[in-house]
Write a protein that binds this ligand. Structure first.
Ligand SMILES: NC(=O)c1ccc[n+]([C@@H]2O[C@H](COP(=O)([O-])OP(=O)(O)OC[C@H]3O[C@@H](n4cnc5c(N)ncnc54)[C@H](OP(=O)(O)O)[C@@H]3O)[C@@H](O)[C@H]2O)c1
Length: 251
């Protein structure tokens, strides 16, 4: 199973498309403890366009391979694409399969996968190494996680700290940080809520990619794994699944 410890995310939202390896003075070299990840924008879905977009990623990063290449979405969501993609996620997947076969993408995956799409992916020549989905204590995505575990696919969570409730679901305050159960557990261990949530997720076999612009929070999030949650604390967090009203559109 693919489990890098650190990830350098060069998705188009993280490194803007105009940013190049030259301007950032970045030259990617992976190691046992670090992994590079990039994504194909949905407007680049299609066999030829996915191959071209991948080539551009390599050029910008001045590397000849990436550890992980993901399809950012199986389709264009409203407002995401400036042009019609040349093809579908299946065409893009075919391109990623080929790049994987050539050793240019060591692991391949896709984001925002529901059970139907996962079943379709399992029928492809190469099943995904990684599925990256929204997962936090109130949205635990248990069916997809279980299937990934059965199939030996690494489940990677985005927005583990609850950002989707604010960005996407119309909540004014992030309900993860204000939750009393999580606050009590954090207080018990003299930790932050973020550390408790990240610890819980990793103990559930989930790969995490928390984001923070604040170096102090980045450091604190990194030090989330040197304490052990009691079984009843793990269970109490598991039980938060579905506790919030999922107002707003489905992802
Ligand atoms: N595949 C997809 O469609 C998709 C969608 C969304 C995100 N992602 C990926 O997932 C990564 C993380 O997701 P995300 O940014 O949506 O959500 P997240 O990790 O759940 O939360 C990030 C938010 O939490 C805050 N935060 C982080 N650590 C904190 C701490 N210790 N205490 C208090 N607040 C803290 C951050 O604020 P500060 O910056 O102020 O600390 C930021 O507002 C992103 O980098 C992106 O690569 C992927």
């Amino acid at each position: 199973m693919y489990q890098p410890r650190w990830r350098l995310d060069t998705g188009f939202l993280i490194l803007p498309r105009h940013t190049s390896g030259a301007t950032t003075k970045m030259r990617w070299r992976s190691s046992a403890a670090h992994a590079s990840t990039s994504k194909i924008h949905p407007e680049d879905l299609g066999y030829t366009s996915t191959l071209s977009a991948f080539k551009v990623s390599l050029q910008r990063l001045k590397t000849d391979y990436l550890d992980v290449m993901l399809l950012h979405k199986p389709w264009c969501w409203p407002g995401a694409c400036s042009r019609q993609p040349e093809g579908t996620w299946k065409d893009g997947w075919r391109a990623l399969e080929e790049l994987h076969g050539l050793g240019q993408a060591l692991a391949i995956g896709i984001c925002d996968v529901d059970m139907d799409l996962l079943e379709e992916l399992l029928q492809q020549r190469q099943k995904p190494h990684i599925i990256q989905n929204w997962m936090d204590p109130f949205h635990q995505d248990k069916l997809v996680r279980r299937k990934c575990q059965e199939e030996g696919i690494q489940y990677q969570a985005y927005s583990t700290l609850g950002a989707q409730w604010v960005y996407f679901k119309g909540y004014e305050v992030n309900p993860v940080f204000s939750n009393l159960v999580l606050q009590e557990i954090a207080q018990f261990h003299n930790r932050t809520v973020a550390q408790v949530v990240l610890n819980w997720a990793v103990h559930r076999g989930i790969s995490i990619i928390p984001a923070s612009k604040d170096p102090t929070r980045q450091r604190s999030n990194f030090h989330s794994f040197d304490f052990t949650l009691a079984q009843e604390q793990m269970d109490a967090i598991d039980a938060l699944d579905g506790a919030l009203d999922k107002k707003g559109p489905e992802l």
